[in-house]
Design a protein around this ligand. Structure first.
Ligand SMILES: NC(=O)c1ccc[n+]([C@@H]2O[C@H](COP(=O)([O-])OP(=O)(O)OC[C@H]3O[C@@H](n4cnc5c(N)ncnc54)[C@H](OP(=O)(O)O)[C@@H]3O)[C@@H](O)[C@H]2O)c1
Length: 276
């Protein structure tokens, strides 16, 4: 299978490096295409990929094409790609808010996977949700799942509306965690800790809590009950959060991201495509 990555930016490079380091490609090298001279020089320096500065030299040879440019560049890129696209080629887009229908029309292609990764893909702990047009076969979906899993874990979803919902949870989610971390670091600093100590207190607490959570089937509520005893310090903090409706506010934030993802999708005039 020949794989081409279009766009060697943050995400494209992350996927390209992860695919190159995995056993996904059994023969041949990954192809990567970018337009920026600076990016091309950086890609050539790595000596990990077949670097291309012309679509004509790489797109016709590709079986799977991962599109990782910014959504704003999608229309011009797809217009350039369209005359070179052939039947049977499979396109995986990670462009936020660009619908399957827009990509099908833009490329005159039928096999399209739309994926929503998140930032921890940079360290191999990404969570990617994806859905596909019905022309993508089960066998192809299995291969795409292996490709996406090179940057962490993935989850197949039945429709694009679920991609928008997952954007509100895992796509934008890392920023909510950073928000919580910043608030705790601010509190630690106010309590007199120097920044480096505040950072360690917070980061190790997060890492430890996540490790505990992953070590059993207990729910977050179960773990809270284990940590908090009546009249104790943790109970005082949790009661304060409950009194201030923090749970409802976090849920509202996730819904705000979900609604924004839906709006962005509508702007590309896509119609929903499902794949059970
Ligand atoms: N970062 C995230 O956490 C995240 C999460 C989910 C989804 N995404 C999606 O991932 C995509 C990529 O994001 P990113 O942060 O990696 O963007 P980025 O760093 O800007 O990378 C995009 C790369 O594509 C190049 N490019 C632009 N137009 C091109 C064209 N026509 N042909 C070939 N290359 C072209 C850009 O070159 P120039 O710099 O010269 O324009 C740049 O090197 C976006 O669509 C975004 O919605 C990102």
């Amino acid at each position: 299978m020949n794989v081409l990555v279009i766009g060697g930016g943050n995400m494209g490079m992350t996927y390209a490096e992860a695919i190159a380091a995995s056993n996904f490609l059994t023969d041949g090298r990954l192809m990567i295409f970018d337009k920026s001279e600076e990016k091309l020089a950086e890609l050539r320096d790595k000596d990990l990929f077949d670097v291309h500065d012309q679509l004509a030299t790489c797109l016709p040879k590709a079986d799977v094409v991962l599109i990782a440019v910014k959504p704003v560049h999608a229309p011009s890129l797809m217009a350039e790609m369209k005359p070179m696209v052939s039947d049977g080629q499979l396109f995986v887009s990670i462009m936020a808010g660009v619908t399957i229908q827009t990509i099908k029309k833009g490329l005159n292609a039928s096999k399209v996977v739309r994926a929503m990764p998140n930032l921890p893909a940079l360290v191999g702990l990404g969570m990617t949700s994806y859905t596909a047009s019905e022309q993508v076969s089960r066998l192809e979906l299995a291969a795409i799942e292996r490709l996406l899993d090179t940057t962490g874990r993935s989850m197949m979803l039945p429709s694009e509306s679920k991609i928008d919902a997952s954007t509100g949870i895992s796509g934008s989610g890392p920023a909510y965690i950073f928000y919580f971390m910043q608030a705790l670091m601010d509190a630690a600093t106010k309590m007199g800790f120097v920044e480096a100590d505040a950072r360690l207190l917070v980061s190790q607490t997060f890492a430890g809590a996540v490790e505990l959570f992953n070590s059993s089937a207990l729910s977050p509520e179960d773990w809270m009950a284990k940590v908090a005893s009546k009249g104790g310090t943790t109970r005082a903090a949790l009661d304060s959060m409950d009194d201030n409706n923090v749970n409802a506010l976090i849920q509202e934030a996730a819904y705000a991201a979900f609604r924004r993802a839906e709006e962005l999708g509508k702007q590309t005039e896509g119609e929903e495509v499902s794949h059970a």
